[in-house]
Ligand binder design. Sequence first.
Ligand SMILES: NC(=O)c1ccc[n+]([C@@H]2O[C@H](COP(=O)([O-])OP(=O)(O)OC[C@H]3O[C@@H](n4cnc5c(N)ncnc54)[C@H](OP(=O)(O)O)[C@@H]3O)[C@@H](O)[C@H]2O)c1
Length: 254
Amino acid sequence: MTSSSSDSGSAPGTSASGAPDGARSPAPKPPAKDPWDLPDVSGLVVGVLGGTGDQGRGLAYRLARAGQKVIIGSRSAERAASAAAELGHGVEGADNAGCASRSDIVIVAVPWEGHADTLRSLADELADKLVVDCVNPLGFDKKGAYALTPEEGSAAEQAAALLPGSRVTAAFHHLSAVLLQNPDVEQIDTDVMVLGESRADTDLVQALAARIPGMRGVFAGRLRNAHQVESLVANLISVNRRYKAHAGVRLTDI
Ligand SMILES: NC(=O)c1ccc[n+]([C@@H]2O[C@H](COP(=O)([O-])OP(=O)(O)OC[C@H]3O[C@@H](n4cnc5c(N)ncnc54)[C@H](OP(=O)(O)O)[C@@H]3O)[C@@H](O)[C@H]2O)c1
């Protein structure tokens, strides 16, 4: 069948694509970015608030052992300095405010009970920083661990509410501090679920996780889905008690 208006079959006054004559056709979509193509974070300074505790020490040790510059924070600069000296690998100590202001990426590893007050007091030092919250709001009773539901939805959303000038993400919830701190453990074979509002920021955190041998950072959604991820630790604690293990999480088919 032939066209009655033009050889191309376009309506008068339009191009073959349907755009008005003279209008440029839309630029072709760039190819989708490979989700495993992550930025280089090796030159960034990582701070750990509450870095004298088990989780903070463990993360600081693993990242520093992988070559990252790490500063651990504490409510007491002296406690931070002595914990840093024990960790070695160039780890430095500072009070929490000094740790936050000297770091590019700041991991929050304080207990849930101190989370809000700590972040509220550091809002200025944490402005413009990439904050990584790993706090699991949990309660414990005779039956074991159970998830608490923060008013804001999750610890990470509480952080985002208290730190409007920061870029808040959530990650590193499911790690065993025992394994992290054990120098005889060469690899930490686990996935790290990373949540946040900005893909550029979650990419940076995924890349940070990948600095630790065996560990893989996986994008796992926006902060409104942080509650389930934080809560899953209650299940892991039950697993660990039943099987006398230090269980982690692996996501399949990715
Ligand atoms: N332990 C794990 O295996 C693990 C795994 C994944 C995630 N997490 C999460 O990581 C966070 C830290 O866990 P953790 O076992 O390392 O806890 P922790 O040892 O009880 O506390 C970490 C550090 O936080 C500081 N701190 C204590 N109470 C505080 C308060 N009220 N306000 C501000 N700072 C306070 C202390 O340092 P200074 O006294 O030196 O200030 C302490 O060394 C928790 O929120 C937990 O849910 C833990």
